[in-house]
Design a protein around this ligand. Structure first.
Ligand SMILES: Nc1ncnc2c1ncn2[C@@H]1O[C@H](COP(=O)(O)OP(=O)(O)OP(=O)(O)O)[C@@H](O)[C@H]1O
Length: 509
């Protein structure tokens, strides 16, 4: 009988504390070579912490990490870690100002046999050869800034492989990809797997786990709950393992489900967009009534995100008009949009959303900081009471209002950004990709916020291309190539909507 080889990567008995928070408690994972392995769990379950330990960026308080049965390298020996494992995070580490070739050899420009750095021409040639080896069709001389999110990820993967590792951790790789780009990424992954690359795949989109992985590990409340072949763990059992409760109430609505009950007919006009144009969209008009939730769907280049951002003052259009509650909006100004009654959950919580140096409470109450005490002085008790209410309502996992926002898990930071959007009591709420990076149960909680806002008479624009998100809407508008191309009342057929999002004319789907 042949003995099974040791796992490619293994973490055993890991405990990790951050102050009073136990992020991992006697948890572990064993990833076998060649098998794509999924890692799932609710926001704050401990996934990123486990990844930080597997990549040597954090040291566990207890437990061991081994690669191919050998103890992991010393913490300071980064090159040795790089030969064993790489993590491609949600946020790109590709430097926009450099070319693809420069990014590939960042910090380790190859040298000639005489020990001199190779010429730029040769560097580009080596970059091309490297990209071709791994089937990455990205021009080596392109400035990285112009790359799509998907291509930038492929460059990061190629860079990791060139450092020697054949084990790549992908942390929510599709969070910023539309459906078409995600499908292409899965194709690349399959080819790389055939070439001997092993993936640890983290995602909140559970359908992807079944599509991409052979095995899955579930973490809950800092512990490993189960590791099993995906075939032995159907969606319901997976959700139960993640949440520790019955999966039933949190199933995504079935396709073509009836429209969610609407508390009343939509009220007066809250938003009127008239022939708005800019670099990303052209001649777009739409209206939003008080008391309705309108979905805005589109692929990455469709202009849907930028249109949402324009309503919130985060993006300046070049022509046309926006009216909020009957008054023209001064475009391109966040303070003007806030003053007009628009609250926004921006797409990129890192650059447009949260202030990392501040606490959870300071972030949540930032837009209303002038109203938290007499004469503009902030009364901490008032601020913390407001923050506590939001923490309860949105089920934010945190030690409390004073915790630095950066200590929260990614999904919980997203909820803090949502709480901030609501802090001004806005009449118009623009939510851009609200459920990105959010676990299956919190997704419901965030969509419930949109539905509650509707019941309170607010107008909600929900920008997303996730069918589960769009199901919650009273109607859905679709953009393609910068133009508004279709509109659907609730009750739409999923196939038809996806075809419209993909830019396929009706009847050709
Ligand atoms: N640097 C830190 N300081 C304090 N607490 C931390 C720190 N990093 C993580 N934590 C805490 O450890 C717990 C696990 O967080 P982790 O980021 O590993 O979760 P996650 O499963 O990756 O969540 P998500 O799906 O939201 O990204 C959370 O309660 C988090 O607040």
């Amino acid at each position: 009988m042949t003995e099974e080889p040791p796992p490619l990567a293994e973490a055993r008995g890991i405990t990790k504390r951050y102050g009073p928070t136990v992020a991992l408690r006697d948890a572990g994972i064993a990833v076998r070579a060649g098998a794509s392995h999924g890692l799932v769990g609710r926001n704050g379950a401990g996934k990123s912490t486990l990844v930080a330990i597997l990549t040597g960026l954090e040291r566990p308080d207890a437990g061991t990490v081994a690669y191919d049965g050998e103890p992991a390298p010393a913490p300071a020996d980064r090159a040795a870690w790089d030969r064993r494992v790489a993590c491609v995070h949600q946020r790109s580490t590709v430097i926009g100002e450099l070319t693809v070739a420069e990014n590939l050899f960042l910090g380790r420009r190859p040298v000639t046999s005489r020990g001199l750095p190779v010429s730029w021409r040769r560097l580009r040639r080596e970059a091309r050869a490297l990209l071709d080896t791994w089937g990455v069709a990205v021009p080596e001389s392109a400035v990285a800034r112009v790359l799509s999110v998907e291509d930038a990820k492929l460059v990061e993967i190629a860079r990791a492989l060139s450092r020697g590792t054949r084990f790549i951790i992908l942390d929510e790789p599709t969070a910023q990809l539309d459906g078409r780009a995600a499908a292409r990424l899965f194709g690349h992954m399959r080819r790389l797997q055939d070439a001997g690359v092993t993936f640890l795949y983290i995602s909140h989109r559970l359908g992807e786990i079944y599509e991409v992985c052979r095995t899955v590990t579930v973490l809950r409340d800092a512990r490993r709950i189960v590791t099993a072949p995906v075939g032995e763990l159907p969606t319901r059992a997976l959700i139960e393992a993640m949440t520790g409760g019955p999966a039933e109430p949190y199933r995504a609505p079935a396709p073509a489900a009836p429209a969610p009950p609407r508390p009343g007919a939509p009220g007066p006009m809250a938003v009127r967009v008239d022939r708005l144009s800019g670099p990303y969209f052209h001649d777009v008009s739409l209206t939003l009534a008080a008391g309705e939730v309108v979905g805005l769907a589109g692929l990455a280049g469709s202009g849907s995100h930028q249109l949402g951002a324009a309503l919130a003052g985060l993006h300046r259009p070049t022509g046309g008009r926006i009216e909020i509650l009957g008054r023209p909006l001064r475009t391109g100004s966040v303070p003007a949009a806030l003053a007009a009654g628009v609250g926004c959950l921006p797409r990129d919580r890192h650059t447009e959303g949260l202030v990392p140096q501040l606490s959870v409470a300071e972030n949540i109450t930032m837009p209303v900081s002038g109203r938290l005490g007499p004469g503009g002085l902030i009364r901490p008790s008032v601020r913390d009471a407001l923050a506590r209410r939001a923490i309860d309502e949105l089920e934010i996992t945190t030690e409390g209002p004073a915790q630095p926002v950066t200590a929260l898990s990614g999904g919980n930071q997203q909820k803090v950004a949502m709480a901030r959007a609501l802090a001004t009591d806005p009449r118009v709420l623009v939510l851009i990709d609200p459920t990105a990076g959010v676990d299956v149960r919190s997704r419901r909680a965030l969509l419930d916020v949109a539905l509650r806002a509707r019941a309170q008479g607010r107008a909600v624009l929900l920008v997303s291309d996730q069918p589960e998100d769009l199901r919650a809407c009273d109607r859905v508008l679709v953009m393609a190539g910068g133009f508004m191309t279709a509109a659907y009342e609730a009750g739409w057929a999923e196939r038809e909507l996806i075809a419209a999002i993909e830019g396929i004319p009706p009847g050709h789907g």
